[in-house]
Design a binder for this molecule. Sequence first.
Ligand code: SF4
Ligand code: SF4
Length: 380
Amino acid sequence: MQYRDFGTTGVKVSALGFGMMRLPTPDGGQGGFSRTEVDEEAAIANLRRAIDAGVNYVDTAYNYSNGKSEIITGKALKDGYREKVNLATKLPIWEVKCEEDFDRILSEQFKKLDVDRIDMYLIHSLSRDKWENVCLKYDIPGRMLKAKESGKVRFIGFSFHDDLETFKEIVDCGTPWDFCQIQLNYLDTENQAGLEGLRYAASKGMGVVVMEPLRGGYLARVPEQVAEVFQKVGKTPVEGALDFLWDLPEVSLLLSGMSAMPQVEENLTYAARSSVGMLNAEEKAAVEQAARMMASAASVPCTGCNYCSVCPKGIAIPKIFETYNSYVAGDGGAKGVYHSEVPKFGAKGSECIGCRACENICPQHIKISEWMPKIDLLFV
Ligand code: SF4
Ligand code: SF4
């Protein structure tokens, strides 16, 4: 395993971090934000294998796997594993409705994790709205700082899904943030915080954790022509996407939500040979070409996080976007998948009533209520 500086904290983190959101399910699938079913034994085995190979950063959150992820993470870290890792979890900012909620939620998290200290504590999924209407209203940054001073948490930060201007404003708000977590991959270099945000935070001494390095798996399922571009420089599409990020000196670590052992092994192999400045000119050109090809596919930037499972009509939103994205990438079977597979995950887009409950929580700010009937019309 390779290790990198976590900003100016003095902590060395593994180049690969283990994300505990997309946990394995009993049917051999992949869980998510709100999916309750988890193959606990497999989830624990996957995480422990990664830790045995040197992964020392584990990222969970209050809501992952419908609240189960923190409990399973706590169980996985028994038997001496806790001491080997930096444990990160997040404050669900959308659940903060009054002054007392911060302390109540944090103490519940300690119980679920069954630990006496959290290493990295983040405000989850910050946007301008959550920053202005919740964080500032209830002095969440001040409460985070107090938690740090009391020794309950070691480092404080935030995960982020909004525009660059908002990102810089939060970085510069006066709170001595230790780190942040941003979405970055070769398709999102100018989206949300983007490359500029990465460099800005790093220039302030913050550690930067990168999430969605494969945009929820989208960059692993690339069309054949894109796979060939990577093949020419001896890389798989996953390897090319991860190496693009490891190449950057400002990146502290990449998070990957590994739900199956082969995925764990593959990522461990790539992480072990990663380094700053690892891409040569030909490899950089291949990533740029792949980015241009993927961008021209006009896909929807859905990461499959499943936060939109609040939909009152039970619409299979992430599965519908996944199907649409493979359609625009040239998959002729996508229409068939819409009719045969989507119903196994929930209702079709035609059921949308435009309530926008999903849009209020979607970290990618996708206009889901507009897309659902449009995609349905396309496939019908
Ligand atoms: S806008 Fe449509 S897809 Fe979104 S929550 Fe409402 S019914 Fe569901
Ligand atoms: S539509 Fe938004 S909330 Fe739903 S899975 Fe995609 S990115 Fe996540």
